[in-house]
Write a protein that binds this ligand. Structure first.
Ligand code: NAP
Length: 297
């Protein structure tokens, strides 16, 4: 029997545990604050930030949203960042990627106060993650780690193949799973567009994680019997639905599920975990900045 790893259920359980932390912070007079900054009108980004703000509302966090026009100058965005760095009611924030081409996202990240960088993308936080002492684990990789733990799949000693080496998923995930720490201790192979014979690397793995951004890239023929398959991909493909599209992962689900011992669906797998872990990092940021101890899940 293939286990379907239910990201919605695991995310709900993380949120329940976080609620208790939010209550403890509330007892100390602290309401964790999360700000989202959107530059321009990218429809997917608008959807992402509105979901993040809805999550804040549901969890009783102080949600703040800042919108800048697509033509906003880099300096206008830097001023917003300075304001948020100085705002004591905002414990964490993110500038939604992508930003318009005339803005250098690396420079944006560099200006965010690392203590408020709940995405975990500031160079200092990236360095801390690589060094094995993370301040904030980036949300999607952390979500994957939690999903594995919730299904009692311990990466320790396992061969893990990650397809994708982006700075937001593949690389930080490889670092997390490599760490000499609980939820780590795996032997990690990271594939990308220049990797030769990806099939060989996925077939040799106990756990395959797809973060490619290509619909149904990993199929059943690339997997060995009993592999754990985590599908990070979210791709909009044209379909005869009300919205005119449907969401498809980076894994061809049917064929992969026949081989897998456990698999995440799309939607309902990694996606809800990413959102839950952003709340986690916000609560952590509030706890650190206000010096109020909480029992994070
Ligand atoms: P990305 O920045 O575009 O990176 C894609 C990676 O896949 C790159 O390393 C690229 O290699 C590699 N790749 C692309 N085509 C390939 C091919 N034909 N063969 C081998 N490797 C290939 O994407 P991302 O931001 O990491 O996102 C990956 C997927 O996850 C997307 O579908 C995205 O929507 C989804 N995502 C989901 C969540 C969630 O919460 N569920 C969060 C973030 C992202 P090179 O480095 O060589 O170019």
């Amino acid at each position: 029997m293939t286990e379907i790893i239910d990201g919605n259920a695991v995310a709900e359980s993380v949120r329940n545990d976080l609620s208790a932390c939010v209550d403890s912070l509330g007892d100390a007079g602290v309401v964790p604050g999360l700000a989202t900054v959107l530059v321009g009108e990218d429809p997917a980004s608008e959807t992402y930030v509105s979901m993040k703000q809805r999550d804040c509302e549901e969890m009783g966090l102080n949600g703040v949203h800042v919108e800048l026009e697509a033509e906003a100058s880099p300096q206008e965005l830097y001023d917003t960042i300075e304001d948020l760095n100085a705002d004591p009611e905002v414990h964490g924030y993110l500038v939604q990627d992508p930003v318009p081409d005339h803005i250098d996202y690396r420079e944006v990240l560099r200006r965010i106060d690392p203590a408020k960088d709940v995405d975990g993308f500031h160079p200092e936080n990236v360095g801390r993650l690589v060094a094995g002492n993370p301040r904030f684990k980036p949300c999607t990789p952390h979500g994957v780690q939690k999903l594995l733990a919730a299904s009692e799949i311990d990466p320790e000693g396992k061969d893990v193949t990650i397809v994708g080496r982006s700075s937001i998923v593949g690389k930080p995930l490889a670092n997390l799973l490599l760490q000499k720490a609980e939820g780590g201790n795996a032997t990690v192979t990271v594939c990308h567009s220049r990797t030769e014979d990806i099939d060989e690397k996925t077939r040799g793995a106990d756990i395959v994680i797809a973060a490619v951004g290509a619909p149904e890239f990993v199929d059943g023929s690339m997997l060995s019997e009993g592999t754990v398959v985590i599908d990070v991909g979210v791709n909009r493909v044209e379909a005869d639905t009300e919205k005119g599209y449907e969401l498809v992962g980076d894994v061809a689900y049917e064929g992969a599920a026949e081989k897998a011992s456990a698999i995440t669906p799309v939607p309902g797998g990694v996606g809800p975990m990413t959102r839950a872990m952003l709340l986690y990092n916000t609560v952590r940021a509030a706890s650190q900045q206000e010096d109020v101890a909480v029992d994070l899940p």
